[in-house]
Design a protein around this ligand. Sequence first.
Ligand code: CO8
Length: 261
Amino acid sequence: GAGGESEAPILTSLEDGVGLIRLNRPKALNALNQETMHAVVDTAEAWDADPEVRAIVLTGSAKAFAAGADIKEMAAKSYPEVYAADWFARWERLAEVRIPVIAAVSGYALGGGCELAMLCDILVAGEGARFGQPEINLGVIPGMGGSQRLTRAVGKAKAMDMVLTGRMMDAQEAERAGLVSRLVPDDAVLDTALEVARSIAAKSRPATMIAKEAVGAAFETTLGQGVRFERRVFHSLFATEDQKEGMAAFAEKREPRFRGR
Ligand code: CO8
């Protein structure tokens, strides 16, 4: 069997304001079954609601970030079943998490695994990582946002190629195409992602949340609306103590001590 059923589908830890979620179905290459989805989304939502948590890192194993939705769980489903359960809709709640989420990707990020990485805000990948939307080979198409987020990330030329042929991109191509934020040696993936998360965790929590929301708005609005939205939320940060602290620390030539308010 695809293994892992008796073990927890994810492992979590929390240190210095950074929550770490590790997908834990290595024998199934972290295939994303329903149990895994609920565990990831519930954990991320709980941390989002906890003011002590300021960033989240999501990772898999050395061989696979995640090799997709669990094909074995999905194979026998009927249309009324997947429709009634709105299969995969709950993953979208990860996109609603307001604190920054960093994907640390080693190995395969395929299908739902690639889509899960794209639901995150910053994507750190190892040189051996491979990205793909191979659903077409199974007689279906991406179902967790891939046709939309991949197209926005890499443009029509690459997205059509990937989604219609199911071919994989290596990490170098994915970085050139704009899917990957930072490309690092395979053994440095998790450390780099944690370092990115800790650097974000040291900043003003409300400012990082608003920064994430502002960049996200670029995918939802016209340029004019987006620029006006940015200006308004920029103004709103002058209501925070962290803005006073950040600017005072600059003038006094010292490190700021942000308190998240
Ligand atoms: N689901 C379930 N089990 C999986 C999956 C998966 N996505 N991927 C791998 N596994 C399992 C294998 O079945 C195998 O289990 P077992 O040991 O019990 O046979 C184990 O993981 C190891 O895999 P392999 O032996 O295949 O390892 P290899 O190193 O030979 O190959 C690959 C690695 C290339 C990643 C290969 O496993 C593979 O091609 N996996 C499937 C990739 C894929 O097609 N992903 C897309 C899935 S579909 C999806 O994500 C969204 C669908 C949206 C549809 C919407 C419907 C409503």
